[in-house]
Write a protein that binds this ligand. Structure first.
Ligand code: HEC
Length: 192
């Protein structure tokens, strides 16, 4: 082999080495680990819950976070039939009545919940002077004000459920039972 051929061969070898070095790591996917020594260590072959397996459609695995089946109710959850509008508010005020007796135990439960969820805005006596309440653009009215003194129990329940104005909904934090016990305590404050 003459000198020229040797040079060409070594040049070609160098070129292919460089090509391998610069192209072997995948550039398109920044999350790719590149060369994988033991792929199973990175990619579990088992099926994981909460992953979007679009190829499994028979419902054996959760696909992403699936919504509940239409027409079913979560255990312990009671649906609320009145809408979040003026008509629903009015109907709740006329038709809803507290299924819980006004006794010491239920009032105490209501008072405890009030201290956790409501006192920051409404104040411990429900005068609308809670630490957060007084900072709101419109502080909550006192439960003893002319507007709220005779507010029916159904409307109190409706407002705790959906919220009103600057007050948010408490339906996801409080069960219906807890909301009714709160109603008992709000009524105690209405008549203090
Ligand atoms: C973020 C502050 C805030 C919290 C927390 C809050 N409220 Fe209110 N609440 C308000 C404001 C503001 C209003 C006045 C709403 C309006 O009339 O626009 C109000 C109104 C009310 C009313 C009168 C409803 C009506 O129909 O006019 C009741 C009853 C009430 N709240 C009870 C509660 C109870 C019980 C809790 C705890 C579960 C609670 N609130 C938590 C701010 C709050």
């Amino acid at each position: 082999m003459d000198k020229k051929a040797k040079k060409i061969i070594s040049f070609l070898t160098l070129l292919s080495c460089l090509t391998i070095v610069f192209t072997s790591c995948e550039k398109h996917n920044p999350n790719s680990p590149g060369v994988e020594f033991m792929p199973d260590m990175y990619r579990s072959p088992s099926l994981e819950g909460n992953m979007g397996y679009t190829s499994i459609s028979n419902g054996n695995l959760m696909q992403g976070n699936k919504s509940p089946v239409v027409g079913t109710i979560a255990r312990g959850f009671m649906p609320y039939i009145y809408g979040n509008d003026t008509a629903g508010y009015g109907m709740a005020g006329r038709n809803l009545h507290n299924p819980f007796e006004k006794n010491e135990i239920n009032l105490k439960a209501g008072e405890e919940l009030f201290g956790i969820f409501c006192v920051e805005c409404h104040g411990s006596a429900g005068l609308g002077d809670g630490l957060v309440g007084i900072k709101l653009p419109g502080a909550p009215p006192s439960y003893t004000s002319a507007a709220l003194k005779n507010l029916p129990e159904g409307k109190i329940f409706h407002t705790i459920t959906y919220g009103k104005g600057l007050m948010g909904s408490h339906a996801s934090q409080l069960t219906q039972e807890e909301r009714w016990k709160l109603v008992l305590y709000v009524q105690k404050l209405q008549n203090q």
